[in-house]
Design a protein around this ligand. Structure first.
Ligand code: FE
Length: 345
């Protein structure tokens, strides 16, 4: 069973909040592709607890990875924070992380929510979890029609399905999970069925899909839970948007709802390795886990941590897909083939 999340948007532009310079004060240089302004409190709390200053570099995931590649062995990056297994896996495959031996992380982060030890040593840890759920227009679509991801390909939903681009990591990861569960051929057939049901060509982010479902332009869509909870926690118009859509935990009678993570690892060439390990271990602490829940409406990955977020908990409990998140990463190539062949662009 599981618990999860929501968010705020930050520009994809490179943003050096504090210049990278060496002083007497211990530092950790964090490269973050998380686009949630609420993470600020997380960094401040770490500094308060440890005296280690956090130099934060924020950028879109591609820009961040590109920067790391260009910097190579001279990179000042100590910690790399990324969103979605698709991106974590890619960074791992490129050797951008290094192995760390941390009994604390091995104890606190469930094995299904972190990378497997791949032998070449690159390693990352999921720190917060989100589920990818189905939202539907209560007037246009009967909930019984959309209980499973597979249902999005049903002929009854012709002209009603909206999604963001299949090439986005959130979609790639879900499609990778479908490929793992159904096999690539059946997953491709499913994807073709979904594409045949499109109400419009894919565009916008998850919140745009929710709004389009609320307005009736679309009948059904997919979203990460934190975007929905953010609307639930808002006031006025946005809350009304949330009230017009119903939510389904997909696949409760089969493999469970797709869950993904935001995660972190120690950068390959970390100049402040010990501080980096402390920072990553800090992210798994009870207080940091609660920041993920209260700030961005994500579920803690550490068992037994109370999120303290009522809107998030109001979503209720559900059966989560226990496919190891590592497998979702591994399935990226299959997912990419499926979106190419099905035209899910
Ligand atoms: Fe997001």
């Amino acid at each position: 069973m599981f618990r999860t999340t929501l968010s705020a948007f930050l520009s994809a532009a490179l943003l050096a909040v504090v210049p990278l310079s060496s002083t007497a004060q211990p530092v950790v240089n964090v490269y973050s592709a998380r686009h949630y302004q609420t993470d600020e409190a997380l960094y401040a709390d770490f500094t308060k607890q440890t005296g280690i200053r956090v130099n934060r570099i924020e950028a879109g995931d591609e820009a961040l990875l590109e920067r790391l590649r260009n910097e190579g062995a001279n990179s000042p990056a100590d910690v790399l924070l990324l969103v979605d297994a698709a991106r974590l896996w890619k960074a791992q495959a490129e050797g951008l992380f290094q192995p760390i031996r941390s009994p604390l992380l091995e104890e606190r982060i469930p094995p299904t929510r972190r990378s497997a030890d791949d032998g070449n040593g690159s390693q990352w840890f999921g720190m917060s979890a989100r589920a990818r759920v189905i939202v539907y227009n209560k007037v246009k679509v009967d909930a019984s029609l959309v209980q499973n991801y597979e249902d999005l390909a049903r002929p009854e939903l012709k002209g009603l399905v909206c999604t963001r681009s299949g090439a986005h990591p959130y979609m790639l990861s879900l499609i990778a999970a479908m490929s793992e569960h159904l096999g690539e051929a059946r997953a491709e057939e499913w994807a073709r069925g979904v594409v045949a049901n499109f109400a419009r060509s894919p565009r916008g982010g998850d919140t745009d899909q929710i709004r389009a479902v609320a307005s009736g332009e679309c009948g059904v869509a997919l979203t990460n839970t934190y975007y929905l909870v953010r609307l639930l926690r808002s006031r006025g118009e946005d809350q009304e948007v949330a009230s017009r859509v119903g939510m389904v935990w997909p696949n409760q009678k089969s493999f469970g709802t797709h869950v993904n993570v935001a995660g972190a690892g120690v950068a390959k060439h970390a100049p402040n390795r010990e501080n980096a390990i402390r920072f990553v271990e800090y992210l798994a602490s009870d207080s940091a886990q609660r920041y993920f829940a209260s700030g961005n409406n994500e579920w803690p990955v550490v068992a037994g941590v109370d999120s303290g977020n009522r809107a998030l908990e109001s979503l209720g409990r559900f059966k989560a897909d226990e496919l190891p998140i590592e497998a979702v990463g591994r399935g990226q190539a299959s997912a990419a083939r499926i979106i190419d062949r099905s035209g899910w662009r």
